[in-house]
Write a protein that binds this ligand. Sequence first.
Ligand code: AMP
Length: 191
Amino acid sequence: MRLLLVAYPGAGKGTQATKLAVHYGIAQLSSGELLRAEVARGTRIGRVAADYLEHGDLVPDELIFEMLSAPLLQAARNGGYVLDGFPRTLRQAEVAYSVAQEIKDIELQAVVYLRVGPEELRKRLQARAAREGRTDDDEITIAHRFKVFETQTEPLLGFYASRGILLDVNGEQPVGDVFGVITSAVDSLHI
Ligand code: AMP
């Protein structure tokens, strides 16, 4: 099974991705988590990415492809993946799609859009900032990340809708309810 979660920062995509990975026995690949780990380890990718993360800007595509290609291929061979945070731009999605035309059984089968309104997002992000202390969860950077999502990531939804693989889920319910809605929607696809 090969899934992608798309959502505004703070909507709960990391939380749902972890639960889905456990439930379906597939790998979770979170581009944000992987980037934060690269920064923490001080790798070459991490040293370049650090500034972008700090300011809530998207890391250049080439670094993202470099970081994710091997784990993505490996996960696809080992039963599947749930992606959280990649693709995040139309260009990333188009490149991933064209690579997937060349390699069997790696292309996305379903994309879940977790829909959460701005008020609820702000509340959740404030709670996360207090809990995890992510440096990009301060108010100014959050406002910028919302803008980045709106301009660069939202166009992905049309791309996946036109391919008939987009599931639109109300993400404002409690975590367990959101999870139930996602799994029923995914199961009904009989992937
Ligand atoms: P996230 O944990 O998904 O909120 O991502 C945190 C940060 O990592 C983002 O604000 C970006 O700076 C960077 N990032 C994560 N995924 C990508 C991606 N696919 N392309 C570019 N930058 C990314």
